[in-house]
Design a protein around this ligand. Structure first.
Ligand SMILES: *Cc1c(COP(=O)(O)O)cnc(C)c1O
Length: 343
């Protein structure tokens, strides 16, 4: 990596330390020859590749400038003043931002207790109870950021079936490719039966293309058609379109990246647990770690050692910190710096 910040152990943003497929890098360089042209406004090639991967029609796929853009636009399109948007406590921060930007009213459902099988995770019953006649949209992330927790397949299926059909359910699956728990299942299989279900994915995490900004949604073609009319014509640039298509063609790289993350997730989680820290179960590329009252002091100490974590005060998770699972070397440097301050 030829980066200005090479010395930095950046464990604050859940980026993929292994980088994208070499095919994606080559595709970007090739795409640069055409940088004087506008990108394909329909993203046809990438949509077809995604359609083939997921076994859906291209008309069911919506491309975005990162899934962040799509999450924001759903609220812009379907919720406004006087409407309710439901999302869970400790859900992804963008759900609250999208709701606010749309001028809608947030209904925040309580999380599962910290002393439960899925600590601080989404509570399906609480989410259902938060739905009112004014609710237009409901957001969850599965697996979730910042907790790392997930909803098991049976609970997810029951939950989606129980939401009134006029409420749009957005399941943000930014970490789906990194999940390997036997009881984890993508909501994609449920989209055929539930026209109100929208699943978002991203190339930012498992595919390691965060800097190029590309994400997508899979939903009923009618929903996608509405969003296609609202979006900016060239919202995904030509380098991103080319890189993402190439990345989809390199399943071996994805699997390699996924396996390394899963291995290091266990190694890092075990190492933190051995130091007496509470580590929540995670199906992602990060861990939510209990540091207690010392959290801000520990985070500051690590920052002085060029190790960046993500403080959780903004989520109301005081005493917790979120740590991206780095490469083996990065995790060793994190633990060494942590041992200094815990000593
Ligand atoms: C990282 C992340 C995203 C990805 O956002 P992009 O805009 O696609 O980079 C979406 N949702 C969650 C929960 C995330 O953690």
């Amino acid at each position: 990596m030829r980066e200005r910040t090479e010395w930095l152990v950046e464990l604050g943003s859940n980026e993929n330390p292994y980088g994208p497929s070499p095919a994606a890098r080559a595709a970007v360089l090739d795409a640069l020859h055409g940088m004087h042209r506008y990108p394909d406004p329909r993203g046809t090639r990438l949509k077809h590749a995604l359609a083939a991967l997921h076994g859906v029609e291209p008309a069911c796929i919506l491309l975005g400038n990162g899934s962040h853009e799509l999450l924001m636009q759903f609220a812009q399109a379907f919720a406004g003043a006087g409407d309710d948007v439901v999302y869970p406590r400790y859900g992804f921060a963008v759900f609250a931002l999208a709701t606010q930007a749309a001028g809608a009213n947030a209904r925040v459902a309580p999380a599962l207790p910290v002393e439960s099988a899925m600590p601080l995770g989404h509570d399906g019953d609480a989410l259902l109870a938060a739905i009112t006649p004014a609710t237009r949209l409901l957001y969850i992330a599965n697996p979730n950021n910042p907790t790392g927790t997930w909803i098991d397949a049976a609970t997810l299926q029951r939950f989606v079936a129980a939401v009134p059909p006029e409420v749009i359910v957005v399941v943000d699956e930014a970490y789906a490719e990194l999940a390997d728990a036997p009881d984890y299942r993508s909501a994609l299989a449920l989209t055929a039966a539930h026209g109100n279900l929208v699943v978002t994915r991203t190339f930012s995490k498992a595919y390691a293309l965060a800097g190029l900004r590309c994400g997508y949604a899979i939903a009923a073609s009618g929903f996608v058609a509405v969003m296609e009319r609202l979006r900016e014509s060239f919202n995904v640039n030509s380098a991103a379109l080319a890189a993402c298509e190439a990345a989809l063609g390199d399943a071996a790289h994805l699997e390699w990246s996924r396996a390394r993350n899963a291995e290091q997730r266990t190694v890092l989680g075990d190492a933190l647990s051995r130091r007496g820290l509470r580590v929540l179960p995670s199906q992602t590329n990060f861990l939510l770690v209990g540091l207690g009252e010392r959290a801000p002091a520990i985070e500051a100490h690590l920052l002085q050692r060029d190790v960046v974590l993500r403080p959780m005060g903004g989520y109301g998770l005081h005493g917790w910190t979120r740590i991206t699972v780095g490469s083996a070397d990065e995790n060793r440097r994190l633990l060494a710096a942590l041992d200094e301050v815990l000593a």
